[in-house]
Design a binder for this molecule. Structure first.
Ligand code: NAP
Length: 529
């Protein structure tokens, strides 16, 4: 498949009229010469949004089987791109090919999971309350409820997952599953990868006879194309993964519209790891090794990177620090996704280095290229951490800080003061640490979308029970998740039909349950026909 650098607006390919962007080889910082990706302009945003708006009703009203098969065809098409996709993504992101192959499998699996979800239909939340004409003092109407999609969704791909959180990633898959057309603003860190996947989606739209505007892909800079997209009246919701700065900017644009819309932004998290004393006494070495593996994975460019470790001061923590220091010192520096991400990481390290009462505990091997980052471990005490907000800022990269606490009360104080997080981890001994864990748990539930024990937060399973979300600033809306099947909820809303004639009722709510759905009928979950 040829990469041309053209915008995909519905079924057409259009040359943008704005600034020409080039993919960058992050290892050198040099542009990958051809093709250039010409940015979209106001007219292309307008065209994509109007097409999406026109596609909305026919797309959402197409049979669920068509929608599911469409999503599966995207998975098949991504697989069929073969090594072309992996080579291109590797060239643009510097991510190892094995990692990209794993991410491709995850992306295809995620699409198939959403296709299965569409067919199963529980997300429709079909609910029927029968009329009670004889009820005293007032009769009750016939009430039937189901969920419908919100409308066209603007998706902003993430730099760090060029496949799984990008053009056909979780936001797009869940929006399609809900029945929403999608307009993607491609991330500048993987332009060619975006086009390859975009062309697969475009072909799947045609293959299933879906309306042109079901999908569009636009290149361009965030504050021009991205803001115009979010401001467009046809767009009814936004999915975003990236920086707090970017997410907040899009939330402001969405809130300032004449018709404000929901923005589901996944932004920043430092993913605290609490080492409880019993666990530390028993297995400081293995926890230290696991921690360094998690910290350095993918040059630390994960939203679930363990950015802070909280533990009781003492000989056991000294042992942990020693083992972690040894493991970290042997780690090679790694190429980061973009020069901008590398310089933000370097600035974060410089900022930590100059803080009072913060010391460097260990360094990875020195950088061997302009866009590389070496792993860094800092240490401080609880008083300093609690007093200095800079120490809780996310540094996107292989960087973490260990906080030494005098007692359990300080650990609880830190937990209480944390901002919202995607994850919180407890390393605990199932006997010795249970009392402290019981005290921490209610605090951590309030702070994080996922609480885990005796593991590390990197590695997010795509499944039904997964929550990849959390209170602000982890996300803009803690009620949902951006990974797992519950992600579909972001793009749905309930509609109640009161006393509608049978002929007008949606199939999901008709008598006799023609779709064979699980439905809540007069308060009981049933699957009758
Ligand atoms: P980013 O700068 O927030 O950009 C993400 C996307 O949003 C890009 O397409 C960007 O477009 C767009 N955007 C940014 N600011 C915008 C604005 N004001 N208006 C409209 N669109 C805007 O994130 P990034 O490039 O992926 O990485 C930078 C930083 O994000 C990292 O250093 C890290 O701190 C954070 N990050 C967090 C996560 C996470 O999972 N939480 C993941 C990746 C990155 P342009 O690039 O064209 O401006």
């Amino acid at each position: 498949m040829q990469i041309t650098g053209d915008l995909l607006i519905g079924q057409s390919t259009v040359r943008g009229t704005g600034r020409v962007l080039y993919a960058i080889d992050p290892a050198t910082g040099d542009a990958i010469a051809e093709p250039g990706f010409a940015s979209g302009d106001a007219a292309s945003v307008e065209r994509a949004c109007l097409l999406a708006s026109a596609a909305f009703d026919p797309f959402r009203q197409a049979p669920l089987e068509t929608r599911a098969a469409f999503i599966e065809s995207i998975a098949d098409g991504i697989g069929a791109l073969g090594s072309v996709l992996i080579e291109r993504a590797h060239a643009e992101t510097g991510l190892p090919k094995a990692r990209l192959e794993g991410e491709r499998a995850r992306t295809m699996g995620q699409l198939r999971l959403f296709a299965a979800l569409v067919r199963e239909g529980r997300w429709l939340a079909a609910t029927l309350d029968a009329a009670l004409p004889d009820r005293q003092p007032l009769p009750r109407s016939d009430l039937r409820m189901r969920k419908i999609p919100l409308g066209p969704v603007a998706v902003f791909g993430a730099s760090n997952f060029p496949l799984a959180f990008s053009v056909a990633g979780g936001d797009t898959a869940s929006a399609f599953a809900a029945g929403c057309p999608v307009v993607v603003k491609a991330h500048g860190a993987h332009l060619g990868t975006s086009e390859l996947v975009g062309r697969v989606v475009q072909a799947a739209v045609a293959q299933h006879g879906l309306p042109d505007g079901t999908f569009s892909l636009i290149f361009g800079e965030g504050n021009a194309v991205g803001e115009a997209l979010v401001a467009h009246p046809a767009i009814k919701a936004v999915g975003f993964t990236g920086s707090r700065h970017g997410g907040l900017a899009l939330m402001r644009v969405a809130a300032a519209r004449p018709e404000p819309i929901p923005v589901h932004a996944e932004m920043s998290s430092i993913n605290p790891v609490f080492l409880l004393p019993g666990a530390l006494a028993q297995r400081a070495d293995s926890i230290a090794r696991g921690f360094v593996d998690s910290l350095a994975l993918g040059a630390g460019q994960f939203c679930t990177n363990p950015g802070v470790v909280i533990a009781l001061d003492g000989a056991e923590l000294d042992g942990f620090m020693e083992r972690a220091g040894e493991a970290l010192s042997a780690r090679a520096a790694q190429t980061m996704l973009t020069p901008a991400i590398q310089s933000a990481c370097a600035a974060g390290i410089a900022r930590l280095t100059e803080q009072n009462a913060v010391s460097v505990a260990a360094r990875g091997l020195e950088e061997g290229g302009p866009t590389q980052a070496r792993a860094m471990l800092f240490a401080t005490d609880a008083g300093t951490f609690l007093d200095n907000a800079v120490l809780s800022d996310e540094i996107f990269g292989p960087v973490s800080i260990v906080v030494r606490c005098k007692d359990a009360a300080e650990m609880l104080q830190i937990a209480t003061k944390l901002e919202g997080q995607l994850t919180a981890t407890l390393h605990l001994d199932a006997g010795a640490d249970l009392d402290l864990a019981r005290e921490l748990l209610p605090i951590l539930e309030r702070k994080a979308g996922r609480v885990l024990a005796n593991g590390f937060p990197t590695g997010v399973e795509v499944s039904h029970a997964m929550v990849h979300g959390g209170p602000f600033p982890a996300t803009s809306d803690s009620r949902t998740t951006s990974v797992g099947t519950s992600a579909i909820e972001r793009f749905l809303r309930p509609v109640c039909y009161q006393d509608l004639p049978a002929e007008l009722l949606p199939e999901a709510l008709r008598d006799g349950n023609p779709l064979g759905l699980w439905r809540l009928e007069d308060g009981e979950l049933r699957k009758t026909r």
